[in-house]
Every structure is written in C-alpha cells, then in structure tokens.
Design a protein around this ligand. Structure first.
Ligand code: BGC
Length: 733
C-alpha cells in the first residue's frame, strides 16, 4: 500500500535509525548464538540477551522504503514493500520484504525482472497441491534471487464477496481447498530459504472501507470458515509470519484483537512465528502489545518511541517485548535466512515461465462447449480475434500483488492521458494470445479487431469461420467492482459478435466471477483468470486442444447479484453524505455483517436452493469421465474414475459430505479431492483419506472441533452439483 499518511512515519524511522547503525554487514560476528548446532529457540534466547532496549525496539517496527520519493529511500533497502535495518554488530542483516503472491511485486521501476505467475485464483483452479507448491517455490526462489528475505505472501481469506477487488489474490471460497492449496504454496516459498507470510488475518473480504469497516460474524462461523482456512494453511506450511488485517473483527481491530491474536493464533494453534501488521494497520501501542501483536509495519508510529515509553512505565512488560523479538529471531534461524543469506542478483526467467504456463494451462476452466465447438481445428480457414488487447498481452490484477510487466506495460495508455490512466486500464503482460493463436494455426487467415466498435467487430466476425472474443475485467486492491457485469460495454460486444457468427468463443480474463447475459448465444466459454506471463500460449494451447482443459472453479459463479447473500455490497449508511478519501474509500465506519454464517459460496447456494450460473468445482474437458464402485468408511473412501472419451485428460474427482442433522450445517462441504490423469478408456481406483477434522464442527462450549455421531452422506463426482456416487457412513460415539 502506498498511502501518503504512512509515509511520514516510515521516513522518520529511517532518519532516526540510520546514523546510529552504520551498515558494515561484512564484519564477521562470533558469539554463542551463531552456533548452528543449537535449536532456533536457544539461538534466539542467546541473541536476545545481547540486545539493548533500542535494538529490540528497532526489530519490532519497520522503515518502508517504497512509499514516495525514491531519493528518500535508505541506500541499503532493496526497494521492496518493507525494510527493517539489521544490527551489524551482532550479525543481524536487514529484513528486506517484498510482496510475493503472484510473483515478486512492484520492482520493475528498479529495472528488475520477476516472473508474473497467473493469479492465485487461477492457481487454485488447478486443484493441484503439487502445482501450488511449484507456484510458491517459484515465488520463493525469485524473492531470494532478488536478495529479499521475507516474502509477503498469500491470503487465506475466503471469497465471500464476488465484488471484492482482491478476489484474484484468493484461493477460492472453500476453507479446505484454500487451506490445503495455500499451505503447499507457502511451504514451497519457505523451502527456498526465505520467510513466508500469510495474510490478511482475518475476514478481510472486501476492499471498500477496508481501513474502517467492522466485520461481524459469529464465532462458530468464524472458526469454520476463514479461521479454518488459516489454520490448515499455517499448520501445513509452518509459515513464519502472519499479517493481521486492516479491518475490525467483531469490534476490535485485527492487529489488536486479543481473540484473534492471542486466544486463537498463539494459544489454540500454538503459533510460534511473528505477527506483523498490514501496512498501516496498527492502531495502538499498549492494547496491540498486550493482544500479542509483534511488529508494526511499515512505520514507528506506535512501536517506536511509544512502545519504549510503555516498556519504561511498565504498561507493557519487558517479557512481552522479549517475546516479540524472540519470535522474530527464532523464525529467522528456523528458516535459515541468516545462516544462508540471499544475495541480490538477476532472476533466471526460464524456470518461472515454465511454471507460469503450467499453472495457466491447468487453471483455465472450460465453462461451456456446446457441439464440441472446441478444440479448434488448426486447419480452420479464418479466425477473427477480437477485444481485450489480445494483440498485445494479458491482463493482471492491481495493487500490491502487481508484478511489473516485463519490458513495460504491453498496453500503454494513450499519449497525454491523466496519471490514473494505467490504474484504470491495468497492467498487461506481454504474452499476446493473438500471436500464440497464429503460431498454432499458421495456414489460417487471422485478423484482429480491438472491439472498440461492436459493429466493426461483428463485421469481421461475419467474414470469418470462427470468432474468438476476449473480454476482461480489471480488478485491484483498494476498491471493489461496482457490479459483476463486464465493464466497458463488453457484454454488448459479445452480443454483436455472437449475432454475426454462431461459432463465437468467449475467453474471459477476470479477477473472479462475472455475469454472462450472452451465455445462451455463444457455444463456448473459457475462464482464463489473470493468466500471467505465459497466458497467451496457455490460452492458445487450450483453444486448439494441445492441452486438454482440467481447471475447476474454486468459486461459484452466480446468475445475478440478487442471488448473493448480500445483493448490495455492504457500505456506510446511505443517509451519510460522506466524502471519499484516498482510493475513493468511504470515511465513515460501518459494519459488514456476515449474516449468512456458515453459508459461504456454494454452501449458500445449496442451503438456499438457488441455481448458480456455474457451480463450485465445475469445469469441462475435451473428454468425459464416469464414476463407479464407491466404497465408503468414516476414514477412507475408494472409487473408480474412467475416461470414457477419446482424449487423454485429467479429472478433479471431488468428495463432499453432508453432516448429521444435529450439526445444523449447510447441505454439504468439500472434504477431499484428487486430480486424476487418465488415458482414453483408462480407469483408476482413487483412495482418499477423510480427515475427521474436515467432517467436524466447531463446538463453542468446548472450544474445540467435534466429530458428531450420526449419519454422514458422502457424495463423489466432478463438481459440487454433479455427484453421481453417494453412500452413507456412520460415525459412532
Ligand atoms: C496490502 C498487503 C501488502 C502491503 C505491502 C497492503 O496494502 O494489503 O497485502 O502486503 O500493502 O505492500
């Protein structure tokens, strides 16, 4: 985040600290804490004993290098989102932090390259934990190659609000899918020798009013939705840092919320890493410190002189400051960033590009394919490629997750446009689908039309054998979309083209779900999300069947906003004539009431008996699959999947379960899944363990998960609304 209000605090910190701590990182330091044979906790204790009060305080707040003028940046900062000076006399290097979700973000202005991976939501659509690991490893390797040692990583927030501007950063709407995929992703990052991060803890599910709204949710729903996603991901990754969110949760700011930080994260989950704030999300000194909050980023507003005074006057015990610092030091030792420090250098672009393409290809979801319109035959005589700058590149999501486009934005705003022009039109990675389509159909006559004039586009479509319309929805951190319709009259463009050519294929590049009023009029639709630096070839490979689509929706696509739990995006009271501040944010606090409780995403559509446009878990293939031979027990289930078509392909076999009526749960929940690669006519037996926790409910009285006795119905199939196999299992008390 780059709000001016935080800049002052950050630069003040830098000015204060620089003279006192000249950087001479090369000087060899010896001391018992450098003994690698000791445990990280022991080393942290030994080092802590050496630190003065000011040195301890130095480690618990940031100096941010990138807010504002370049010249004010400290020389040793690498220019990432956050920087904390080290303590050379004790061999503690600087903490160099960068956003690292779909890649190392916002470093292009320093002339450096990083791989633009597809959005996290695209990666979630692969339903492939091994690929999520590769995704995270790519981020971690490049974070390290560029010299950073902390990667501000993925979010476990659920997609509750399809209009949320940050949905592209999410891993879907189901806590188990999110937890398992993100857990592998973060593990992949940390295995590269950098400190990872999970954010934005918690229930930070819309952008409008993000600094001031208060999320209201009952505790059982909290545990079974967003907290569950965080719990699984933290447990499976051992992630070193948790970033608390901007918003309030049930009345208290996330970064000073004793329930979230102390009761749940530190005590119930026994979390050993450190808790940093989102950028500017710290609101106090004493309440934050006593709630278990460890590190203010990126300024010293509360954890500089204010924390020093609170320690000195006893309002915050020294043991709490020691705990903050211990957590930071032991994490650095656990993940090896000091024993094996990163050295800044250039990124090797090739391995990242390979992973980016694999994720895009596995994550693209084929939503409709009437009359086997796809795959296209390379001998097709003519193709009209229309819209969404398909001649130049593919769209990406905006904000702190923004990976700079290699060589500059592929779509430059018109000359003399205002400062916000790029912000409106977005950053496009130079991976043009048009060129990739041309490469796969070299004999075809292929023409491009920008789509600016629907009649001109329709004319080209009418004169072509096939029309491929690219449409896009720009979404960004800092603001939600006003509605789920495609912007800039693109629905109209599709309608015109479809009327001119019945063989019209729509390719969506969106941050999340959109409405499709034209769906009945087009035979084929692909959801390509924000597909990253190899998006063009990935889309073309799917269109021509070089890759058989296997992505599945990690989020429900509704038919209309009226079907959502909140048909209108929560905001300040209408009567309020408030102005909007930076980022067009409202300035009057308001509640975001998650009255739907446990019914998030598909659970809402199931419970309310509403038909979605496309259900959670859905995605087509160029082949077909059948399911048979289900055997189900409470801990494990076995079934067979068969490829009944003529193309090799991967099915994502999904297992859902209902709970006994006494649980008062939505009709079903995802409990397990597996991607199964099958040759034509091949069958495979799939055996999946069912984690009893995933069948459990959170018992508030006992403050723990509870597996209720009774009958559970296990449902198996290719989407949440297509489960041909089912069996009852009984859990006995
Ligand atoms: C975002 C975080 C990000 C931070 C640093 C904030 O605005 O919410 O996700 O890590 O900025 O760039």
């Amino acid at each position: 985040m780059r709000l001016a209000s935080f800049a002052l605090g950050a630069f003040a910190a830098v000015a204060l600290l620089s003279p006192a701590f000249p950087q001479s990182a090369d000087q060899p330091v010896t001391g018992p804490w450098t003994d690698k044979s000791l445990s990280p906790d022991r080393r942290a204790d030994l080092l802590l004993e050496q630190l003065t009060l000011d040195e301890k305080l130095q480690l618990v707040h940031g100096g941010s290098p990138y807010m504002g003028e370049e010249t004010r940046q400290p020389a040793q900062s690498l220019g990432g989102a956050g920087w904390i000076p080290g303590i050379p006399r004790l061999g503690i290097p600087d903490f160099q932090m960068t956003d690292g979700r779909s890649g190392v973000a916002n470093i292009g202005n320093r002339g450096r390259y990083a791989t633009a991976l597809p959005s996290a939501l695209a990666a979630a659509a692969t339903w492939d934990p091994a690929l999520a690991y590769d995704y995270g490893a790519t981020v971690g390797r490049e974070v390290r190659e560029l010299g950073f040692n902390v990667s501000l990583g993925g979010t476990a927030n659920l997609i509750r609000e399809p209009r949320n501007g940050r949905n592209f950063e999410c891993w879907g709407e189901d806590p188990i899918l999110i937890g398992r995929m993100l857990g592998r992703e973060l593990k992949g990052t940390q295995d590269q020798g950098v400190i990872g991060n999970i954010n934005r803890y918690a229930v930070n599910d819309q952008e409008n009013g993000r600094f001031i709204y208060n999320t209201v949710i009952d505790r059982r729903a909290l545990w079974e939705t967003d907290l569950l996603a965080f719990q699984i991901a933290i447990r499976e990754s051992g992630v070193g840092t948790v970033m608390c969110a901007y918003n309030k949760l049930n009345g208290a700011y996330a970064c000073e919320n004793p329930y979230l930080l102390d009761d749940v994260l530190r005590k119930a989950w026994n979390y050993k890493g450190w808790i940093m704030s989102d950028w500017g999300a710290t609101h106090s000194t004493v309440p934050s410190a006593l709630a278990g909050f460890d590190q203010e980023m990126p300024s010293d507003k509360f954890y500089g002189a204010g924390l020093k005074a609170a320690i000195e006057n006893g309002k915050v015990p020294m043991s709490r400051l020691n705990d903050m610092v211990h957590r930071i030091l032991r994490t650095a030792y656990t993940l090896g960033i000091w024993d094996n420090p990163p050295k800044p250098g250039p990124v090797n672009p090739f391995p990242g590009a390979e992973v980016a393409q694999r994720v895009a290809e596995q994550g693209i979801v084929l939503l409709k394919n009437a009359d086997a319109q796809l795959p296209l035959n390379p001998t097709v005589s003519s193709i009209a490629v229309i819209g969404a700058h398909a001649d130049a590149g593919v769209l990406s999501g905006g904000g702190s997750d923004q990976v700079d486009a290699a060589g500059g934005n592929a779509v430059q705003p018109p000359p003399n446009s205002d400062r916000n022009a790029t912000r409106r039109s977005g950053v496009w990675h130079p991976s043009p689908p048009l060129a990739a389509i041309r490469a796969l159909a070299p004999a075809a006559k292929i023409a491009f039309d920008s789509g600016a004039d629907p009649s001109a586009a329709a004319k080209l479509a009418a004169a072509s054998t096939v029309a491929i319309v690219f449409v896009s929805q720009r979404t960004t951190e800092g603001r939600d979309v006003e509605n789920l319709s495609l912007p800039d009259h693109q629905d109209d463009l599709i309608a015109h083209v479809a009327a001119a050519n019945p063989r019209t294929i729509v390719v969506l590049e969106t941050g999340g779900p959109v409405l499709m009023p034209w769906l009945d009029r087009v035979p084929a639709v692909l959801e390509a999300w924000y597909p990253g630096i190899r998006g063009g070839p990935a889309i073309a490979n799917i269109l021509f069947g070089k890759v058989n689509p296997s992505g599945r929706l990690p989020v429900t696509f509704p038919k209309s906003e009226a079907d959502l739990p909140h048909p209108v995006l929560p905001g300040p009271p209408k009567s309020d004539t408030q102005s909007t501040g930076a980022d067009h944010q409202p300035e009057v606090p308001f509640d975001v009431p998650y009255t739907e409780g446990l019914q998030v995403g598909y659970k809402w559509f199931d419970a309310q008996d509403k038909q979605p446009l496309f259900p959670f878990g859905f995605g087509l293939s160029y082949t077909t699959f059948t399911y048979s031979a289900l055997r189900a027990g409470p801990k494990q289930i076995t079934f067979t999947v068969t490829n009944t078509g003529s193309a090799p392909g991967a099915e994502v076999a999904q297992v859902y379960s209902s709970l006994p009526a006494s649980a008062a749960e939505p009709p079903k929940r995802l409990v397990a899944w597996q991607r199964v690669q099958l040759a034509p006519r091949e069958s495979k037996t799939v055996t999946l363990a069912i984690d009893p926790e995933f069948l459990s409910i959170f018992n508030l009285d006992k403050q723990s998960w509870e597996l209720l006795p009774g009958e559970y119905r296990v449902l198996v199939g290719g989407s949440s609304r297509n489960t041909p196999l089912s069996a009852a299992i009984r859990v006995v008390p």
